[in-house]
Design a protein around this ligand. Structure first.
Ligand SMILES: Cc1cc2nc3c(=O)[nH]c(=O)nc-3n(C[C@H](O)[C@H](O)[C@H](O)COP(=O)(O)O)c2cc1C
Length: 183
């Protein structure tokens, strides 16, 4: 039997990312798990309003969303432990600049470079609604058909209730292959 534990954020696990933005010629990085998809051409980045990176993003209206893997997890975790308002995080990752104004983490296998097209405000949060300008993928994470291969990438997942990182697991089937609905 299920127990109602009240109004809870329960949509986990979800991918954890490092969001990057350029601050007067230098990058700043913030760990963000609350990212989402809107329709088929927009993504959402939900940030607490007092975070340092928010003001930086608003200056250029550009940001990058860098997928986190085990290789960069410890630096990614650090980017979520200190604020750019007090600590300069610009040297944390080797990066390159793409599409004019957003920093790409070289060791992240997948980076989406985005333009902010709207901001949705809720109490104490700003959710940046973004159009996707470019998607930069490590070639080893592309399959023969040129599609992103998340089995090769192994993105890290996050869950809030226990505040833990999870490995991505095995493939259990093709979508729409369970045609008869039998459990
Ligand atoms: C696992 C993890 C996930 C996080 N996810 C988010 C998030 O989705 N949104 C958010 O606003 N802050 C999130 N944070 C907190 C920020 O990363 C953290 O407060 C950071 O220091 C803010 O940096 P800034 O002030 O330089 O922008 C997360 C932190 C951790 C450790």
């Amino acid at each position: 039997m299920k127990k109602n534990i009240g109004s809870q954020l329960a949509l986990y696990p979800m991918p954890v990312t490092v969001v990057g933005a350029m601050n007067e010629g230098k990058p700043t990085w913030t760990l963000v798990a609350h990212v989402g998809i809107i329709g088929h051409d927009r993504v959402l980045v939900s940030l607490a309003a007092p975070h340092f990176i928010n003001g930086v993003i608003k200056k250029t209206n550009k940001l990058s969303i860098n997928m986190v893997t085990e290789e960069i997890l410890s630096k990614a975790d650090f980017s979520g432990s200190v604020s750019g308002a007090k600590t300069d995080k610009s040297g944390l990752f080797d990066y390159e600049i793409a599409d004019g104004a957003a920093p790409i983490i070289k060791k992240s296998p997948l980076t989406m470079v985005c333009s902010v097209v709207d901001v949705y405000n809720t109490p104490n949060f700003e959710s940046f609604i973004c159009a996707i300008d470019g998607t930069y993928v490590e070639e080893r994470c592309l399959n023969d058909a040129g599609k992103i291969d998340y089995r090769a990438m192994k993105p890290i997942l996050f869950e809030f209730p226990t505040y833990e990182y999870l490995r991505t697991g095995d493939v259990i089937g093709k979508c729409l292959s369970f045609k008869n609905g039998v459990e």
